[in-house]
Unconditional design. Sequence first.
Length: 144
Amino acid sequence: MNPKKRPGFSLLETTVVLSIVAVLVLIGSSFSLNNKKHQLEVAVRKIYSSLSLARFRSVQRQLPVRVSLSQKVCELAEYDSQKATWLTRSRELLEGVEVSANNSPVFYPQGTVSGLATINIRNEKGAYQVTVAITGRIKVTRLD
């Protein structure tokens, strides 16, 4: 061991390590700031996908398909005419958003929907509105 060299880190080594840590902290904080925006956009995509899938399944399988929305869950159910009940086929968890809907749209084999559905999705980063027309058309609108 060299008697002139002391154990430990040099000022240059310490500065480089602290710079790398600072960059990692900045990158991590930018991800957490965009997390709410990402949760909002994911929830809108999940709801839109569930509605589109419900319409497709209804036409393909020739039976009514319902999309139910609660505060944190988007549920797709098919109507079983033999049992006269709705059977849940898929359930999507909606994290970090508030969801409200005026009704649960039911898609029919002709591609139509029972009544107009308006679904509002919001959190701190913004709000979207998804509307389902009686013709089965699905429209997504950013509110702010």
